[in-house]
Design a protein around this ligand. Structure first.
Ligand code: HEC
Length: 140
């Protein structure tokens, strides 16, 4: 009998806590206008970073493979955008400095569903930048 009260309290809390969390989350998207606000916030120092793999002929293909592995489930097979993530062919991404894209990959927009990719070694993040940038250069 002594166990009953703690169990009851535990039960009530486990019912309430997730709902309170879910409510918080549903309030967030209204604060911002587009899916691309974050990349526009990249600090000047991050933007100024040069892509060390810019002229590496193999970087785009390597980036494509990484994209298929890590990103397409949210951003779509050809980065055109899908249910969970916005298009990476959009002007906001294509006109962003390579350093700004690198910054997004390194930090994510975690509260908005974009994971942080700092677990990928830096050269791989730059390969992804090369791939994303290549999408703006040719049709399809
Ligand atoms: C779990 C889903 C998910 C995965 C996996 C994912 N993304 Fe995203 N990504 C998002 C969402 C959601 C946004 C929009 C974030 C926002 O609203 O600011 C986003 C935004 C972006 C942006 C635009 C930045 C901005 O201003 O928001 C870039 C660039 C990007 N992702 C690249 C990538 C790359 C490259 C990968 C793979 C390494 C990747 N994403 C993997 C969900 C994902």
């Amino acid at each position: 009998m002594k166990l009953l009260l703690p169990i009851l309290i535990l039960f009530v809390f486990s019912e309430i806590a997730p709902r309170a969390g879910a409510q918080d989350h549903s309030n967030q998207p209204a604060k911002r206008d587009t899916a691309y606000d974050e990349i526009a916030q990249a600090p000047a120092k991050a933007r100024a970073k040069r892509n060390p793999l810019e002229s590496d002929p193999e970087a785009i293909a390597a980036g494509r493979a990484l994209f298929e592995q890590h990103c397409q489930e949210c951003h779509g097979r050809s980065a055109e955008g899908a249910r969970r993530g916005p298009s990476l062919r959009a002007q906001e991404v294509q006109t962003a400095e390579p350093g700004a894209i690198f910054w997004i990959l390194s930090n994510g927009v975690v509260r908005r569903g974009m994971p942080d990719w700092s677990k990928l070694p830096e050269p791989q993040r730059w390969e992804l930048v090369c791939f994303i940038k290549s999408l703006g250069k040719k049709p399809g």
